[in-house]
Design a protein around this ligand. Sequence first.
Ligand code: CMP
Length: 142
Amino acid sequence: MSEQIGNLTFGIIKPDAVRAGKTGGVIKRIIEGGFKLRGMKLIHMTHEEAQGFYAVHKERPFFGELTQFMSSAPCVVLALEKDGAVKAWRDLMGATDPAKADEGTIRKEFATSIGENAVHGSDSEENARIEISYFFSQLELV
Ligand code: CMP
């Protein structure tokens, strides 16, 4: 995986989107956006797993709300491949706050609020590597 890391990013289809039956719609947008699925699975995080994943935000006032939400229901974790994958996935997702997301982005179409914003994406290649490793073993990446 390491030799291709610049082409990989990590994504989550969050509980709000899965619960609302939007998983297929988001995957369709990902495929149409030119990404190749290298890893994909449905998981239901424990609260502790969500706290570990979002540890970088542990001092933020929304940390409790965020980690409760992310462990409230199943979500889909993704390893996505494309040239310049980190930026390409962030561009396709749109702004964190869906009220500020551009037309044509996934958050504009599927997200309801800054907390329940349909999808997550890594913000750097280094974090993409860390986040993929948090959820996927080498054997689960095709
Ligand atoms: P995500 O890309 O998953 O990374 C951190 C998440 O924290 C972010 O998306 C938002 O869903 C969430 N978040 C950021 N700001 C707020 C906020 N002010 N209130 C609640 N959740 C937030």
